[in-house]
Design a protein around this ligand. Structure first.
Ligand code: SAM
Length: 280
């Protein structure tokens, strides 16, 4: 039998994970407003122990360790070797950060954490109920989970606007089933509530958070490059010819140009902030 989430392990260790590692600074800037709101929402306290799920290049791991201070600790877990390499680099000299390469849905945890945290890292599990039941084992009594995930792609202007422009010139991808693991798998609020309740969490609260996504602070071309590199629009370019790429790039420029303010270009992002508790 293939290991759980083998396709995601392959994906995040291939060109996708390598791009995320290479573009870490641009991605962190793009999602900075989300990171700040997630950290405020998680309300980490000095001395707490945190598990950062799908920690990627470590932006939330580093922010969490600042929040829990020298008496706390943060463990980042991810399946992506290239992203973890970036995270480890950035975390050098921080003794209360540790990283582990592994599948968060099956990893054996000790119940030592007060908080399971994630920025955009929990929507990729093939069996999300089993995965969250496993994450619950990392929490001691009264522990909590606090994470951020995307609302549907259609509600996310930063995805929809560039995707629609580029898709005029490139073959669109077959639409994924709503429950298929992927960035928008947690778009449906009732599904998220059901997953957490099914995994044994209580006091589940799912709150919308709208925030600006910063595509560029260096003008139009950098914004076009960003959406061609990261996120659903970038997937359209995987098999494209030079000709089609050039046409799609011009379409992206035309679609994004009206949104440029000086050198800065932002579009709207739509997410859920999710919190739940464990009693056991
Ligand atoms: C969209 S990225 C988000 C990364 C990071 N949290 C951020 O906000 O920049 C999703 C992350 O989840 C990780 N991931 C996917 N499936 C996973 C699993 N089963 N266990 C651990 N990490 C996983 C990927 O490797 C990737 O780093």
């Amino acid at each position: 039998m293939a290991p759980a989430n083998a396709d995601q392990v392959t994906c995040w260790n291939g060109p996708t994970g390598e791009r995320w590692a290479r573009e870490q600074a641009a991605i962190d800037r793009a999602f900075a407003a989300l990171t700040a709101r997630l950290l405020a929402f998680a309300a980490l306290k000095p001395g707490e122990h945190v598990l950062d799920v799908g920690c990627g290049c470590g932006v939330t791991t580093l922010a969490a360790v600042d929040a829990v201070g020298p008496t706390g600790a943060v463990l980042g877990i991810d399946v992506s070797a290239p992203m973890l390499a970036r995270a480890r680099d950035r975390s050098a000299g921080r003794p209360n950060i540790a990283y582990v390469e592994g599948d968060a849905s099956t990893r054996v945890f000790e119940a030592t954490c007060e908080v399971v945290l994630s920025r955009l890292g929990v929507m990729f599990f093939r069996d999300p109920v089993a995965a969250f039941a496993n994450l619950r084992t990392a929490l001691g009594p009264g522990g909590r989970v606090a994470f951020l995930c995307w609302r549907p792609a259609a509600d996310n202007e930063w995805v929809r606007l560039p995707y629609d422009a580029a898709a005029q010139h490139l073959p669109a991808e077959p639409a994924a089933a709503p429950d298929e693991p992927g960035p928008f798998a947690f778009g449906d609020r009732a599904r998220v509530e059901g997953i957490l309740a099914g995994a044994g969490f209580t006091s589940v609260a799912v709150t919308p958070l709208d925030a600006e996504i910063v595509l560029s602070e260096e003008g139009l071309d950098a914004a076009v490059q960003f959406v061609m590199t990261v996120g659903p629009t970038s997937h359209l370019f995987r098999e494209s010819t030079d000709d089609a790429t050039a046409r799609a790039r011009r379409a992206l420029q035309a679609a994004l140009r009206p949104r440029l303010r000086g050198e800065r270009l932002t579009l709207a992002g739509a997410t859920w902030l999710v919190r739940a508790q464990t009693n056991s």
